[in-house]
Design a protein. Structure first.
Lengths: 224, 115
């Protein structure tokens, strides 16, 4: 006997992600899902980004890590509203699922925010598979990780709406071809905007901030 | 790495699909469709599935996976093709971005039960 089913296995997450999208629309907040490997510089980039955006744009951050509140502590000093999710309470998950984002966003409160940034768990595989109801997905790659990562983790670069190449201040000390890294990103995702930045020196920040400003303005009418 | 979560969802959907009035159901095969670009490792999924189906009608069921190729359409010239590596540039016009047609599926299609 065969029972026909035809169902998407991640349907529960997708349904919750749709609920999140409606909630974020009601709250008039733009949501950015920032993803990368561990140690590529997400938190440092956010610290520098938030300082430049606020108070013109009101920003909140949901930080995901398996353990510790180190990242939330670093972001707290920027003055942004910050909440930390530790997934070890939920089985040490390698990604943030839509239901966690919903409860964290409600706990954080979005009514006084224009931009909510989700700093996802450091991982180039799993977060790409889970819709959280975001408006845009950013993938960060640091130049120390090597040029070939977009080819090794294509789904992450396929689902992204923007890519950030970080740590360009280290280029003089590395045998890394940044043109090749950018070409590899755009082989996986032709025409994907790629911003080359240094979170340490803030080189290259203006085009990245302009992109983010425009995205927030297009959805919320705030910030420009 | 997230295969346990996927296995749990899969088991919930499968158990829900078995009619409540069926006596001693034994599922022999779970048919799945998984796209080549989906982040699912088959042996990890099977391993997790075996652990969480103990003492359920799915115990000893086999996961039969139909692997779906990655196909895309060029948004510039409408060319459609199968992508076999990590390069998504249109081989025809080398121009636009592409729209994914297939290759990201993680779907349960049917259960095969013992008579």
């Amino acid at each position: 006997m065969e029972i026909n089913i035809q169902k998407r296995v991640l349907e529960a997450n997708e349904t919750q992600a749709d609920t999140n999208r409606m909630f974020f629309k009601d709250q008039n907040v733009f949501v950015l899902n920032l993803m990368s490997s561990p140690g590529s510089g997400k938190t440092e980039t956010l610290c520098k980004t938030l300082v430049r955006l606020m108070p013109r744009i009101r920003v909140g951050v949901i930080v995901g890590d398996i353990c510790t509140t180190n990242d939330a502590d670093r972001l707290d000093v920027t003055g942004a509203k910050v909440t930390q999710i530790n997934t070890d309470q939920f089985g040490g998950d390698c990604h943030l699922a839509a239901h966690l984002i919903f409860s964290s966003a409600r706990q954080l409160g979005c009514e006084d925010l224009d931009l909510l940034i989700v700093e996802n768990i450091g991982n180039l595989v799993c977060p790409a598979e889970f819709d959280i109801g975001e408006d845009a997905r950013a993938v960060m790659l640091s130049v120390t990780e090597g040029e070939d990562k977009p080819l090794k983790y294509p789904l992450m670069f396929r689902v992204a709406d923007v890519a950030i190449l970080n740590k360009i201040d280290l280029l003089p000390y590395l045998d890394v071809d940044i043109r090749l890294a950018k070409d590899n990103i755009q082989q996986v995702h032709p025409h994907l905007p790629v911003f080359e930045i240094s979170a340490k020196t803030e080189e290259g920040f203006s085009p990245w901030l302009e992109w983010l400003n425009i995205k927030v303005f297009e959805k919320t009418g705030k910030g420009l | 790495m997230h295969e346990m979560g996927i296995a749990e969802q899969l088991v919930n959907i499968a158990l829900d699909a078995i009619p409540e009035d069926m006596e001693h159901p034994v599922v022999e095969i779970v048919n799945l469709k998984i796209g080549r670009l989906a982040s699912v490792v088959e042996h990890s999924l099977t391993f997790c599935f075996e652990i969480i189906t103990k003492d359920t009608p799915l115990e000893n069921a086999r996961l039969k996976i139909d692997v779906v190729p990655v196909t895309v359409r060029c948004q510039s010239c409408d060319n459609t093709w199968e992508v076999t590596g990590p390069v998504f540039t249109c081989p025809f016009c080398k121009e636009g971005d592409v729209q994914m047609l297939t290759g990201r599926e993680i779907e349960i299609t049917s259960l095969e039960l013992a008579e």
